[in-house]
Design a protein around this ligand. Structure first.
Ligand SMILES: [Zn+2]
Ligand SMILES: [Zn+2]
Length: 146
């Protein structure tokens, strides 16, 4: 049951874009695919996925549309035009949902990953924690919760 007090906020580095999510994510996953490594400039992406209506954005976002070289499906990465922080994204593979970069939450530690995908492309030191589903590629299973 979602109540109005059950929310978390976040934003970009410069503060021009802020957002609020209500309730829990339907998924939370670390992705070591080469596109996530490149878009984040880091070793992996860490995203939480919400129904679009759980996420309220304030401020202007620019978007970049990328097509997966595996599936050909589109992903639209949304970022602050002022500071370049990538905050959210939408995916053809997940209609009606919005991904949120976990590192952009004011308190990012409230989300733990349930899945590690694209281990095939991961840095050699990346070890999924005990009890977390780990897969070599990125094929999406059905959501774990409605
Ligand atoms: Zn910004
Ligand atoms: Zn990825």
């Amino acid at each position: 049951m979602v109540t109005v007090t059950d929310f978390h906020e976040g934003g970009c580095l410069c503060g021009a874009v802020r957002y609020r999510v209500v309730g829990e994510p339907l998924r939370a996953s670390v992705c070591s695919c080469t596109a996530c490594q490149r878009r984040t400039g880091s070793a992996f992406g860490f995203g939480a996925y919400f129904k679009a209506e759980q996420v309220t954005l304030r401020g202007e976002l620019n978007a970049y549309e990328h097509h997966s070289d595996e599936s050909g499906r589109w992903l639209r990465f949304e970022f602050c035009p002022a500071c370049g922080t990538q905050l959210t994204w939408t995916l053809e593979a997940m209609p009606g949902m919005r991904g949120v970069g976990v590192g952009t939450f004011d308190d990012p530690k409230w989300i733990r990953p349930r899945r590690f995908s694209w281990l095939r492309s991961a840095h050699t030191w990346v070890e999924p924690p005990e009890g977390v589903e780990a897969v070599q590629t990125g094929t999406l299973p059905p959501p774990t919760r409605p």
